[in-house]
Design a protein around this ligand. Structure first.
Ligand code: SF4
Length: 706
């Protein structure tokens, strides 16, 4: 190691998990990273290893840019920070002047993945009176992590943790910990559970999820999770295999739900699921064999017509069979939870989408990005004309890339903050280059511990922390005092607790660990969950709400239901024309959000082309060979992909997301699976677009001859 080389401890900046790392820094540049051997959070995944490639990538944005060509042309000139910020502020103020504050919208995407920047984003344009500070929660995590569990048991997913160390069975249902988890390393904990003799049950159309390590694979048709939960609940309730004391004392709507289940035909539910009755009964028997069963779930159950209801029913399965807050089940990690107050927006200043998806707004205090195109293109419900995009790329991550292009063209003004060019940024008036998380200060708050994160290196080139850019922009628009402009102010502003800041600064590893509460099971029976100390749950009724009082308040039916995409589209020829069902969105070990194929080193770790996974059965039925080009046609579009024959539910196909930008290599530039989906079809409660239940067909692809 030469005298200019140093090893610094810090946090990985590639995703929100923020694993503890050691960076080797040579002449002020990070040359490599490794897991911190001294930290229990020390971990480095293949994505984290690519940090130097991302920080110093040749295509990294380093100078502010001002558009010179037509929108979408990608022609820009370099500008000074002052000039670019002046233009940006003037542009937004002009929109406000002409159309009013609510014509301004901001979108903070997956590229941000940083709590401090999210805090700035939560109310950026609110400072000017706009209700439209939107974020990636419009298309990710809010349905499964917040809305569904809040409606059912009055707490978010974070308050219910799988007690894996004591579980005999773990159900992986709509989440792939192998590719998704950081230092918590759920995947390793589940593997340990298997070594102890426990079983991993995978409910997923893709056998290869959880690294193909499941003991039992339920090859479900994409989008039919709700049908499976209904079928299991029907058997469990009709055969009286539920916990009667819980049903009687702690639920609301049990009898009504029992009546509803009676009317459900098992044969019809099984048809949606694509599994046999034998498989369903064996799964239900296994599920009922112990209370020591936990689950992991997440966005895999989102993006179907009744996504919130499907996740609600997963919680009901666990609650009604006595697996909630018991050893080995789903442990309630917090006590004295405050009853959640539903947000009531100003009816004369509603966020986008709040009129159609009021429950989303009630729980998230915000609106839906998927409703932006209508506001821009049709003035529905009112015109939006100015957009600030921070670390986001809806053209790659939302359905209908062409609709987004049209939307951006019609905007009066658009500013993008990002680290790399995106397809969306080509339509911006101004692009402002921001730093990676290795170059910026921040705070990591995991509940059990808080840590200050100081920059490992100076900002690369002319870049700045997103927050400081926002502060400078805010200053020009009259609210600069609301945001911090130095690293220290940023950390204090985020913590809102000067005593804690000083304590953190004084500690050797910039960390304060909070004491763990002792483990107490069945807290809801002991009055340890509700704020008022009464037994029960922090829902409006104090019960597990099978029948949701909140849903009823907003005009929905309270009892959970299942909706099938084919019946939602209501086209009688759908089954004939589109006999297969497509799903998308599975992550890889290196990709994060729209970050991936645009970075050559990341692209090199993935398939060279976007593949369409099909089963051996379907490949043989359609005469398709592995690696052959196929056309995938849905009611919303058609695209060519390369077939990959793999273990996947027969009748379904999976296509990875992440293609569709000119800054990606080869076929990835065109292979945008989201063009096979539609912004019109959504989960009826959360407003999340449907990307996991798309009717489609496949055709052999013949290149046109000249
Ligand atoms: S999971 Fe990987 S990318 Fe995410 S913080 Fe940890 S090492 Fe970095």
């Amino acid at each position: 190691m030469n005298k200019n080389t140093a090893v610094k401890k810090g946090l990985c900046g590639m995703c929100r998990s923020q694993c503890a790392i050691e960076a080797t820094i040579n002449d002020g540049k990070i040359v490599s990273v490794a897991a911190d051997p001294d930290s229990p959070r020390g971990y480095l995944c293949p994505r984290g290893k690519l940090a130097p490639a991302v920080i110093y990538g040749r295509a990294r944005l380093l100078k502010p840019l001002v558009r010179t060509g037509k929108k979408g042309s990608g022609q820009f000139r370099e500008a000074t920070w002052d000039e670019a910020l002046d233009i940006a502020a003037k542009g937004f103020l002009a929109v406000k002047e002409k159309y009013g504050p609510r014509a301004l919208a901001s979108y903070f995407g997956q590229g941000v993945l940083e709590a401090t920047i999210d805090k700035a984003g939560d109310s950026f344009f609110a400072n000017l009176g706009s209700p439209n500070d939107l974020d990636r929660g419009s298309i990710c995590f809010n349905a499964s992590r917040i809305i569904a569990p809040m409606l059912t048991i009055g707490m978010g997913m974070d308050a219910t943790v799988p007690d894996i160390e004591h579980s005999e069975i773990v159900f992986s249902w709509g989440k792939n910990s192998y590719t998704d988890d950081g230092p918590a390393r759920m995947y390793s904990r589940i593997r340990e559970m298997q070594k102890r003799g426990g079983k991993l049950v995978l409910i997923d159309p893709r056998r290869e999820a959880m690294n193909s390590k499941a003991d039992i694979w339920i090859p479900l048709m994409p989008g039919s999770d709700g049908a499976l939960t209904l079928a299991m609940l029907k058997i469990i309730i009709e055969e009286e295999r539920y916990d009667k004391s819980i049903a009687e004392d702690f639920t609301l709507g049990f009898d009504e739900f029992r009546q509803y289940l009676k009317k459900q035909k098992l044969s019809k539910l099984l048809k949606y699921c694509g599994i046999s009755e034998k498989m369903l009964r064996e799964l239900t028997d296994l599920f009922c064999s112990t209370t020591k069963a936990s689950f992991i779930t997440f966005t895999g159950v989102e993006y179907q017509p009744a996504a919130v209801q499907a996740t609600r029913m997963i919680y009901l399965l666990w609650a009604l069979t006595g697996k909630l807050d018991v050893e080995g089940g789903m442990y309630i990690s917090k006590t004295g939870l405050s009853e959640h107050k539903l947000y009531v927006p100003d009816k004369d200043n509603l966020p986008l989408g709040a009129d159609k998806y009021p429950v989303f707004t009630a729980y998230t205090k915000t609106g839906l990005m998927s409703d932006l195109p209508d506001a821009v293109l049709k003035n529905d419900p009112y015109p939006v004309r100015g957009l600030l995009m921070v670390g986001g790329s809806p053209m790659v991550t939302f359905p209908e890339s062409r609709t987004w292009a049209k939307t951006y063209k019609k905007l009066d003004f658009m500013v993008v903050l990002d680290r790399y060019m995106t397809e969306d940024a080509c339509y911006a008036d101004v692009i402002l280059p921001v730093s990676t998380r290795y170059e910026t200060a921040s705070v990591l708050d995991l509940g059990g511990m808080v840590q200050l994160r100081d920059p490992l290196i100076e900002p690369v080139g002319g870049t700045m922390n997103d927050i400081f850019v926002l502060q400078k922009l805010a200053e020009r628009m009259g609210f600069g005092d609301r945001l911090p402009d130095t690293n220290e102010k940023l950390q204090r502003w985020y913590l809102e607790d000067d005593a804690l800041y000083r304590k953190l600064r004084k500690s050797d590893d910039l960390t304060v660990r909070r004491e763990k509460a002792p483990v107490v099971y069945e807290k809801y029976k002991k009055g340890l969950v509700r704020k008022d100390g009464k037994p029960g749950f922090p829902t409006p009724s104090g019960k597990i709400e099978i029948k949701s009082t909140v849903l009823e308040k907003y005009g929905y039916k309270g009892i959970p239901d299942y909706r099938d995409m084919r019946e939602t589209i209501k086209d009688k020829d759908l089954n004939k024309e589109y006999p297969l069902t497509m799903t998308s969105g599975a992550r890889t070990m290196v990709r994060i959000g729209s970050f991936g194929q645009n970075i050559p080193e990341m692209a090199a770790k993935e398939a060279v082309r976007p593949m369409a996974d099909i089963s051996t059965e379907d490949a043989s039925a359609y005469g398709i060979k592995d690696g052959e080009r196929i056309r995938v046609v849905s009611p919303f579009g058609s695209k060519v992909f390369y077939a990959r024959i793999t273990e996947i539910t027969p009748g379904s196909i999976h296509i990875p997301y992440g293609g569709g930008s000119r800054f990606m290599s080869g076929y990835w530039a065109r292979g945008n699976v989201n063009d096979l989906c539609s912004l019109r079809y959504r989960d009826y409660i959360s407003g999340f677009p449907i990307i996991k239940d798309i009717p489609c067909r496949i055709e052999k692809y013949y290149r046109k001859k000249n």
